[in-house]
Design a protein around this ligand. Structure first.
Ligand code: NAP
Length: 450
């Protein structure tokens, strides 16, 4: 793949890239089927991604007619990289087996190793015979919704397709590698003002937040809506906060440190809660919640913005769901896409039905939603939340940081790109949008280190 890197750096044409021979192997970050029981007797917090993630050469898979090979310049760590590497809640090899039973092309995925990664930015180097809209040389970002467009249930809203999958989590050949295989309908144009690493961190988390908040498939946020955002500087929350501000809403950001409060203020989020400093403890013990803490939390939000939230942006799950259902406005929406702290959820149903609230589920985004989100990033209305950059060899360490909530925003990973700062093709646009906005999370993280 080094020859592809040189060619891309030298602005080789699409025809030149298409004529270069493909390697037999490529470098990738993966987990092994043989390791999937390695943490069986270990507590969740002690399961260490650094022990399970390997970086080595793997064979280049064959290309299906509706697919493209992308030379991956950069990728990012998502929480699903953590889940895969600690084999929770299930080892991902079961997903690959199921995909393997579906079709001949699906069989390629069922291997003794699983190449991880559900984000990527890079250059198309080959397309299958059925690909119409993309060609070698195109600079792209990859969205992770993997659907079969010949399945009628994938139309209307592809997230509701019977066999919808997340690329690099429920499929093999993910983005944490020098090369990836994707369906053509995962490709989107790379924002021209961003570096490879800035482009690579957005698609999964930003599109998820877009569907949760903006899309009519979930909370349909309106101008003036008050939105409570858990983890407001995290992977999802960092985009949610920007989307609320960009859409004329009023964000109430919950975070867990003074540094993150400072970052929220810099983003323009005035109403903030430090859940640690204010010592919110919604659970008295493992079995029993403390309603007086829900009330203290609700009162705190009213103090800050004078009303209850129209929308609660939920993903921590078990630890916060009781408080989220309580705090939402009468008639409000709790939109949930995850359960980091536990998926067996408990809340007081009286607060839900008597006050006509709704719990709405959401999961990643369909192609249209991901494209709409990518357009906002391309226009500079929403900015990347890249806070640190790792090399491919350091994927285990980067996943460890996310597992232990030691990061802000998103962690980028350089794959084929050998240095940071490459890939900007429209420097004037970058200047117009503003370096300080584009690099806000990075500068903030760097200032904490120095
Ligand atoms: P992240 O970067 O780790 O951010 C999550 C933030 O949530 C943390 O920074 C933390 O912020 C807050 N948090 C964590 N545990 C909490 C708790 N017990 N109580 C309150 N706040 C807590 O992760 P992410 O990328 O945003 O992903 C979050 C979850 O969503 C993960 O479980 C992930 O798998 C899931 N997810 C689902 C989808 C989907 O399509 N369904 C897409 C993306 C992510 P503070 O410490 O500052 O409060």
């Amino acid at each position: 793949m080094q020859e592809f890197l040189e060619a891309i750096k030298n602005n080789a044409s699409g025809a030149e890239l298409a004529n270069m021979p493909l390697p037999k192997n490529y470098r990738a970050a993966f987990v092994r089927r043989d390791d999937m029981r390695m943490f069986d007797d270990v507590a969740s917090d002690d399961k260490d991604p650094r022990l399970a993630i390997h970086v080595d050469e793997v064979p280049v898979p064959e290309l299906a007619p509706d697919e493209a090979y992308v030379a991956v310049m950069a990728s990012s760590i998502n929480f699903n990289t953590v889940w895969s590497s600690i084999f929770e809640p299930l080892p991902t090899f079961g997903f690959l087996e199921r995909l393997g039973r579906e079709s001949i092309w699906g069989q390629r995925h069922n291997l003794p190793y699983h190449v991880l990664g559900s984000d990527g930015a890079g250059v198309v180097i080959r397309t299958g015979s059925a690909v119409r809209n993309w060609k070698p040389g195109d600079r792209v970002v990859i969205q992770c919704n993997y659907v079969d467009d010949q399945d009628p249930s994938s139309h209307n809203d592809s997230m509701k397709a019977a066999n919808q999958r997340i690329w690099g989590f429920e499929t093999n050949f993910g983005g944490l590698a020098d090369l990836t295989v994707v369906k053509a309908n995962q490709l989107m144009p790379k924002p021209s003002h961003l570096t490879w690493e800035e482009s690579s961190v957005n698609a999964l988390c930003a599109s998820t937040s877009y569907r949760m908040l903006v899309s009519n498939n979930a909370a349909s946020m309106k101008q003036g809506d008050t939105v409570l955002i858990w983890g407001a500087t995290g992977g999802l929350g960092g985009y949610a906060t920007q989307l609320v501000l960009n859409g004329g809403g009023i964000p109430v950001g919950v975070v867990s440190s003074a540094d993150k409060i400072e970052l929220l203020h810099e983003m323009g989020c005035e109403a903030v809660i430090d859940r640690k400093a204010e010592n919110f403890r919604f659970w008295r013990n493992e079995h029993e919640q403390d309603e007086s803490e829900w009330r203290r939390f609700g009162a705190r939000i009213r103090d800050l913005v004078g009303e209850d939230p129209d929308i609660v942006f939920e993903h921590p799950g078990r630890q916060t769901m009781g408080a989220s259902v309580f705090a939402a406005k009468r008639g409000g929406v709790i939109v949930t896409c995850a359960a980091t702290s536990g998926y067996m959820i408990e809340y007081d149903n009286r607060h839900l039905w008597m006050k006509l609230k709704q719990i709405v589920s959401s999961h990643f985004a369909n192609y249209g939603e991901a494209y709409a989100m990518n357009r906002l990033i391309d226009r500079g209305a929403i900015n990347p939340i890249l806070s640190a950059v790792y090399s491919l060899d350091q994927v285990g360490e980067a996943a460890y940081q996310v597992h232990h909530n030691l990061h802000e925003g998103k962690l980028g990973v350089l794959c084929l790109a050998d240095s940071e700062g490459e890939g900007i093709s429209d420097p004037e646009k970058r200047e117009r949008i503003g370096e300080e906005k584009i690099t806000m999370f990075r500068r903030h993280a760097d200032s904490l280190v120095h």
